[in-house]
Design a protein around this ligand. Structure first.
Ligand SMILES: [Zn+2]
Length: 137
């Protein structure tokens, strides 16, 4: 088979191209094969999004959605920390097996999770300080 990323001829079972380090079976960017008929190397893995959504990395995917919803008031407070933790787990899985992808989704989960953990943490501290200040009055 040919690597989608660098066009090098490589072993069929490779999940990581020895020449360029990319996933040779699924290049989400399509650029190197643009204008040509893209060969169907594995019909069972056909996914309509071109590999953008990391179906094989559920931790990264869940982290991504938890990260987004962690910005919502009240429920976000319960989602921010799991988003952060799952994001790190998803990123670890992805580093072990780059073919499952998900580093972008995991990164968004980690980023949003971390930010909203701080935001909600600060909000809770502000509420506690407010209650203490009210009690003194
Ligand atoms: Zn390659």
């Amino acid at each position: 088979m040919k690597c989608f990323a660098c066009q090098a001829e490589i072993q069929d079972y490779s999940t990581v191209c020895p020449k360029c380090g990319e996933d040779p079976r699924a290049n989400p960017y399509e650029a190197p094969t643009a204008g040509r008929t893209r060969p169907v190397t594995n019909p069972n893995e056909g996914d309509a999004t071109g590999g953008i959504i990391p179906y094989k990395n559920p931790k990264a995917l869940i982290a991504y959605y938890l990260g987004i919803f962690s910005g919502f008031p009240v429920i976000g407070f319960f989602l921010a920390v799991p988003a952060f933790v799952l994001g790190i787990m998803g990123l670890r899985d992805r580093n072990r097996n780059p073919a499952i992808k998900g580093s972008i989704h995991a990164g968004i989960g980690i980023g949003c999770g971390a930010i909203f953990t701080l935001v909600w943490g600060a909000a809770i501290i502000a509420i506690i300080i407010g209650m203490v200040t009210d009690a003194r009055r």
